[in-house]
Write a protein that binds this ligand. Structure first.
Ligand code: MN
Length: 482
C-alpha cells in the first residue's frame, strides 16, 4: 500500500487531515533517505507499515502522521525544531513521546521496571503515544525474521509479557491477538509447534460442525425476523489457545471455543432475543452463559457468550453482540482518541473511565521505592489473569486471579478492609483468606474490634490491600516486616 492508498482508507478524515498525513510521509521519507532495515528494505517501509496499522485500528489523522514520523527524531540534531515548525506542537509531542520511551530494555528487573514506569507515565499524559508504540511493535514483530538471532527471543517474550497485555487492557482485542500470535513462534518455539499441531487435528471437524450450525442459525434467525444480523466465525488465536490448553493439561477435547460463532445484531434487545433463539435450538451448557452486556469487563468489553451442546457430543461457543460492541472490542480506545476532546485533557470522557487504572497505577507506583517491588505489583495487579467478583448489589469488582476475601474488602473501601472479620461468599460463610473465583457474590462482615495484623499480609495479594495493611500496622506501632 502506498501513501495515497492509505489516505483513501481514512473515512473520517478531512481534506486537511489527509494532506497532513501525506506531508508527514514526505518528511519521513526524506529523513530516512539512505537508511535500510535489517531486511534490506528501505527504512520508510517501516513507518509506513506502522501508519497502516494505526489506520486499520481507526486512529485519527494526527496519530497516523505521528506514526509516520515516529523514528525521525533519533540521533538527528535540530530535527525537533523542524518537526515542531512543520507539524505543530501536538504532532511533535506525540513523536517526542514515542522517542523518549526509547527501547524497552527487558534485561533484569531493575531496568525493566524503569522502562515500564516510563511507559505508564507517557500513557497517562497521552494515550496516543502508546498506540503508536504498539503499532511500532506489531510491525517489528512481523519483520522479526530478519532481526539478529540473539535479539529475537527477547523482543518476542517482551511482546507477550508487556505489549499484548497492554493492548488488552486498552480494549484492543485485534491488536492484542496479532501481537501474541506474531511473537509466539519466536518466544516459545516448542509450545508453538505443539499447539499448532493440536489445532490442526481439531480444526477440520470443528469447522464442519460450525458450518452446519451456521446454516441452522441463519435459517432460524431469518424466520424469527431478527433484523440485519450477521454471523461470522472466529478461530481462537494460537497463543490464547495455548494458554487455555495449559490450564487443561493440554487436552484439546476440553476446549470449546477453538472456533466460535459470532452473531452481530443492531440493538441490545436483539442480542437477548438472539440468545433465546439459540438456546431454543441448542441446550446451553450449565454455567457457561456469560453476560458481559449487563456487566461489561473492566476494559469495556461487551458481548454475551454461551456454550451449547451441539447434539453430536460436542460443545460450541456462540457470542452475541451489537455491531457497535463489535467495533469497540476490535479497536478499543484507538478509535476514540483524538476525535472527541473535552476541556484541556485529550482523553474524551468516555475514555477516562477506561483509563482510570493507569492513573491508579501511577499513584501506587510513586510509593514504591524499590523497582523490584513495583514490578512485582505490576505483574500481580495489572498483567495477571483477572477474575470478576460481585458485590451483593451486583457491582462488579475486578481482581487478580488468586485474590482473597480480604483483597475484595480493600477494593471496596479501605475502612471495610481494615475492619473485615469474615465474609459470606455466594451464600457460605468464609474466612478472610478464602480465595475468590469469578462469579462469586461477596458480602463482607465487619467488626469494630477487627484490626489488620501481620497475618493479614499473607492473605492479601493486591498492592492496594497490602499497602493499607502495612500502614495500619505501622500506625498501631507494630514492627514493619514483609
Ligand atoms: Mn519504529
Amino acid at each position: 500500500m502506498d501513501i495515497n492508498e492509505l489516505v483513501q482508507t481514512l473515512p473520517r478524515a478531512s481534506d486537511e487531515e489527509r494532506a497532513l498525513v501525506v506531508r508527514a510521509f514526505e518528511f519521513a521519507r526524506e529523513a530516512h533517505q539512505g537508511q535500510l532495515r535489517y531486511s534490506g528494505e528501505e527504512y520508510i517501509t517501516h513507518p509506513l507499515a506502522v501508519a497502516q496499522i494505526l489506520a486499520s485500528q481507526r486512529a485519527e489523522a494526527k496519530t497516523i502522521a505521528a506514526g509516520l514520523l515516529h523514528d525521525v527524531l533519533e540521533d538527528v540534531d535540530g530535527m525537533s525544531e523542524r518537526l515542531k515548525k512543520e507539524f505543530g506542537p501536538e504532532v511533535f509531542f506525540l513523536v517526542d513521546g514515542v522517542t523518549k520511551l526509547g527501547e524497552l530494555k527487558y534485561k533484569g528487573a531493575e531496568r525493566h521496571a524503569e522502562s515500564l514506569r516510563k511507559l505508564f507515565v507517557a500513557m497517562a499524559k497521552d494515550i496516543r503515544v502508546i498506540l503508536i508504540r504498539l503499532a511500532d511493535r506489531l510491525h517489528n514483530i512481523r519483520t522479526l525474521d530478519y532481526v539478529p538471532e540473539e535479539k529475537k527471543k527477547r523482543i518476542a517474550i517482551e511482546t507477550i509479557d508487556i505489549y499484548a497485555p497492554l493492548a488488552n487492557r486498552l480494549g484492543m482485542g485485534e491488536l492484542k491477538e496479532a501481537l501474541e500470535d506474531g511473537a509466539f513462534p519466536y518466544a516459545y518455539p516448542e509450545a508453538y509447534a505443539i499447539t499448532k499441531n493440536l489445532l490442526k487435528l481439531k480444526k477440520h471437524e470443528t469447522e464442519l460442525r460450525l458450518e452446519k450450525m451456521y446454516r441452522t442459525l441463519t435459517q432460524e434467525l431469518t424466520e424469527c425476523a431478527v433484523p440485519n444480523f450477521k454471523i461470522d466465525s472466529r478461530v481462537k488465536g494460537l497463543y490464547s489457545l495455548y494458554k487455555k490448553l495449559s490450564r487443561y493439561n493440554m487436552d484439546i477435547e476440553k476446549i470449546y471455543d477453538i472456533i466460535a460463532l459470532r452473531v452481530l445484531v443492531p440493538t441490545i434487545p436483539d442480542c437477548y432475543r438472539t440468545l433465546g433463539i439459540i438456546h431454543a435450538l441448542w441446550k446451553p451448557a450449565p454455567e457457561r452463559v456469560k453476560d458481559y452486556i449487563a456487566t461489561p469487563k473492566p476494559n469495556g468489553y461487551q458481548s454475551i457468550h454461551t456454550s451449547v451442546f451441539t447434539g453430536d457430543g460436542a460443545v460450541a461457543e456462540i457470542q452475541v453482540r451489537t455491531y457497535a460492541m463489535h467495533h469497540e472490542a476490535e479497536y478499543g480506545v484507538a478509535s476514540h482518541v483524538g476525535y472527541e476532546e473535552t476541556g484541556k485533557t485529550k482523553q474524551p470522557w468516555t475514555l477516562s473511565h477506561k483509563l482510570a487504572w493507569i492513573t491508579e497505577l501511577l499513584k501506587l507506583q510513586q510509593e514504591y521505592e524499590e523497582n523490584e517491588e513495583f514490578l512485582e505489583n505490576l505483574r500481580m495487579d495489572f498483567f495477571s489473569d483477572r477474575i470478576f467478583v460481585f458485590t451483593p448489589k451486583g457491582d462488579v469488582v475486578e481482581l487478580p486471579d488468586g485474590a482473597s476475601v480480604l483483597d475484595f474488602a480493600y477494593a471496596i473501601h479501605s475502612d471495610i478492609g481494615s475492619h473485615a472479620s469474615g465474609a459470606t461468599v455466594s451464600g457460605k460463610y468464609t474466612a478472610l483468606d478464602h480465595k475468590l473465583k469469578s462469579g462469586d457474590i461477596v458480602y463482607i462482615e465487619t467488626k469494630k474490634s477487627s484490626r489488620p495484623s501481620h497475618k493479614w499480609l499473607e492473605y492479601a495479594k493486591t498492592s492496594m490491600a497490602r499497602k493499607h495493611i502495612r500502614l495500619a500496622i505501622q500506625e498501631s506501632g507494630g514492627k514493619r516486616k514483609n
